[in-house]
Design a protein around this ligand. Structure first.
Ligand code: GLU
Length: 304
């Protein structure tokens, strides 16, 4: 398969969408980014790499970090995690309070904000040096020792994070948060602020594509079956209330973030990351979704 040629064809086809959509601006630090950027990178499980555009430019991975948090929580907490968070698509916005209230403080899944805030609480219960250990794990899966938090983005989000603070308070009211709320939010926003390029992100998702290999990084180990299940949750819950649409258009498990990134996997074949900051109304990258739709259409490869 000539993935390099396919990446070039994809860009030619999606160019007309360059100025469609808006970058996230509810986090002031993200509003400053040049929205007219596009990068894409594929890593195959045979070890080949194909990249296009701004594939080595760092961006804010935001909710894509929720996949790393889930991997750590499953390894550290095991199946008792599922007493505190569900596995169903939410069908509501990533930061919705309504559903959380109706369902008495049990978030629908680990990939909406409420679910990730609960996972952050679980990580705080298990880790002695949470910020350092989290980063060490992400650096190990991405293979890049320079991967880091962007403290300015984290602070900017904390200063404006009224809705996430409400979610954390509601969770605490329902006794689904053990630690101090401020401590939990601080760590949650730091996870979201991690910066990676498409190249690094795609590398970091390769172990999820290659789920029959042992998953073991910095003491975080998962069985093949646990990795398979993380992929299943990506498939059903990875795109806010657009998970069905993404499944329909693209047909790969993946996770998006409001920084404009999307990481996806084709199990046993490749991992892919794409980034373009302009988002649609559901919070997903316009060019990112288009690019992945074309990838699975042109290659005629998808899990379906
Ligand atoms: N830090 C963002 C928030 O909590 C993450 C949202 C996202 O990427 O979905 O609002």
């Amino acid at each position: 398969m000539d993935y390099q040629q396919i990446l070039e064809n994809i860009y030619q086809e999606i160019k007309p969408y360059t100025s469609v959509g808006q970058q996230a601006d509810y986090i002031p630090a993200l509003a400053k980014i040049n929205p007219d950027q596009f990068g894409m990178c594929i890593h195959t499980i045979q070890g080949e790499t194909f990249k296009y555009g701004e594939a080595t430019t760092n961006f804010s991975i935001q909710s894509i970090s929720k996949v790393f948090s889930l991997a750590m929580c499953l390894s550290l907490e095991g199946d008792s995690l599922w007493k505190r968070v569900g596995k169903e698509p939410s069908g509501t916005a990533f930061n919705s309070l309504v559903q959380l209230e109706a369902e008495k403080g049990i978030p629908r899944n680990p990939f909406i904000n409420a679910g990730a805030i609960v996972m952050t609480d679980i990580l705080l219960n298990h880790l002695k040096h949470p910020e350092e250990e989290y980063l060490r794990f992400v650096r190990a899966v991405s293979g890049n020792s320079q991967t880091n938090y962007n403290k300015e983005v984290a602070m900017s989000e904390r200063e404006n994070g009224y809705l996430n603070a409400s979610i954390a308070n509601l969770l605490k009211y329902h006794r689904n948060i053990d630690n101090d709320i401020e401590r939990v939010l601080r760590f949650y926003f730091l996870q979201c602020s991690i910066e990676m390029s498409c190249y690094d992100l795609s590398q970091a998702f390769l172990p999820f594509a290659n789920h029959k290999q042992t998953f073991s990084f910095e003491g975080i180990t998962l069985t093949a079956s646990q990795v398979k299940r993380i992929n299943a949750i990506m498939q059903t819950c990875g795109f806010y209330d657009e998970a069905g649409e993404f499944s329909y258009l693209v047909g790969l498990p993946g996770k998006s973030g409001v920084g404009g990134g999307i990481a996806a996997v084709y199990p046993q074949r490749y991992s892919v990351a794409v980034w373009s900051p302009r988002l649609n109304r559901k919070g997903n990258s316009v060019m990112g979704i288009k690019a992945l739709e074309l990838l699975t259409t042109q290659t005629q490869e998808s899990i379906f």
